[in-house]
Design a protein. Structure first.
Length: 203
């Protein structure tokens, strides 16, 4: 099991990044709550990881907080919750926000997350209520810039298109994702800022 990686950020296009570790490129999927804190391309970062092995793919998930990985692992143990849905949940809410929603039985917030229906939300309440204690939030990003610039991605995409693509990857329907992004006000926002505001407004 790969539990932790330190390397250089080569590419990032939510919710996926490419991390170079000793000459090997690892593709990782990150919840947006971790993606928001990524440094600039070329800098060094450290992430807690969880490897999901399926018949058709090996999927590696990355987390800036150990508590986020712990919650991810609890979520995928829940009947009806797979890695993709767990990623959507952790993108919509921080660990503390999710714990608060569970402890206060806020079904209305949970069902607004794509893929979380009433039955799934109720199952999460039953299986996870009472499991949360105070969580320590620690960042593990170490900024550095020793990686050769020739390795870096110079692809430039429209932030709105990137935000819509990321929301679709998190389970929202294309038209719904487009509407969410269009509702966000503000000029010259990055794709991460657009996603953050769109998700915040949807809950």
């Amino acid at each position: 099991m790969i539990g932790y990686l330190t390397g250089y950020l080569i590419e990032k296009q939510a919710p996926e990044i490419l991390l170079e570790v000793n000459g090997v490129g690892y593709e990782l999927l990150l919840p947006m709550t971790s993606f928001y804190h990524l440094p600039e391309i070329g800098q060094q970062i450290s992430l807690f990881t969880h490897l999901v092995i399926r018949e058709d793919a090996h999927l590696l998930f990355g987390f800036s907080e150990k508590s986020a990985r712990s919650l991810f692992r609890e979520l995928i143990k829940t009947n009806g919750v797979g890695p993709k849905l767990a990623l959507a949940i952790l993108s919509a809410m921080s660990v503390n926000e999710f714990a608060y929603a569970i402890e206060r039985e806020e079904l209305s917030k949970l069902v607004k997350i794509p893929g979380v229906g009433k039955k799934t939300a109720e199952r999460l309440l039953v299986e996870l209520k009472g499991k949360f204690k105070e969580t320590k939030q620690t960042h593990f990003f170490v900024e550095s810039s020793h990686i050769p610039t020739s390795h870096l991605s110079d692809e430039i995409n429209d932030p709105k298109d990137e935000a819509i693509s990321a929301l679709v990857a998190l389970g929202y329907k294309p038209l719904e994702a487009e509407k969410m992004v269009k509702k966000v006000t503000g000029e010259n926002l990055s794709s991460e800022q657009l996603i953050r505001e769109a998700l915040k407004a949807s809950l």
